[in-house]
Ligand binder design. Sequence first.
Ligand code: A3D
Length: 312
Amino acid sequence: QTRKKKIGLIGGGQIGGNLALIAVQKNLGDVVLFDIPAAEGLVKGKALDINQLSAVDGYDCRVTGTTDWKDVAGSDVIIITAGVPRKPGMSREDLLDINLKIMRDVAANIKTHAPGAFVINVANPLDAMVFALQKISELPKHMVVGMAGVLDTSRFKCFVAEALGCSIRDVEALVLGGHGDDMVPLVRHTTVGGVPLTELLAQDKLDAIVKRTREGGAELVGLYKTGSAYFAPASSAISMAESFLLDRKRILPAAALLEGQYGINGYFFGVPVQIGAGGVEKILTPKLNESEKAALEKSFQSVKKTVDSVKL
Ligand code: A3D
């Protein structure tokens, strides 16, 4: 006897609302959309709106909008988007103080109400927030991850497909490292329909794509002006939740707790992981050349600086 899965979404803002919609459209499970009392109307409204859309398209999962943590209890998966997004001119690190305060509250409530959940954090600064989440919630390390790599990789794939005029489905790529301006798109490992990307695009084009990927978040903030990206971040987090719920065992880049891999110990950092019913089931360590190692080390030093400033 299988029961419907339960998906707890903490934060019902731009990403939260899209997470709820995509989860229902993919029939992943019933959704609880949680936010603070000041946003009660927002989450109740989004829930009602999506439930009415389900009549049109025939979806079987339901959304509940709530401000009560008790409704989140028993969630199989939790996705956290509670937090403030960037405005033009801000770095992700500028969000640390305000979002850490929110994360303290959220992580403590997850510990109390849903300690068995697989928890995906999306709030920024990503690598520091997922670190705080795991320390405060004390959830097992394999049940806590940060979403950033899937989104950064999707941006890279998008720009590659645009440059080549080819289907985005045929671009296989991987972006490693922290969710910041020195993230590491692995150009040398990228293939298009099995053909190495380095054989298809000249170096200056590749460099431009890497730069645009690294600044991909800021490009969206500059366009939206009032906040940051939300459609692609929502889809990216859902792909991770889906791999857990359906035991897909997909290999996805995500911020996972490293314990010696890549020479890093005790920090969450973006690396390829296998996500299945057991949560983070494996951490993969592809062979890197010297310049890739140096780029990854630079990205790690940025993450470390922010994480080390976190007072729990
Ligand atoms: P937004 O639309 O402002 O939604 C955030 C929601 O969080 C609001 O509805 C708030 O009321 C709610 N909230 C605040 N405090 C709490 C709390 N204690 N408990 C529950 N809910 C609370 O933002 P958004 O959805 O656009 O972005 C959310 C976060 O994701 C931000 O921190 C962004 O920086 C981050 N983000 C990360 C990525 C990554 O790739 C990692 C991409 C895009 C955005």
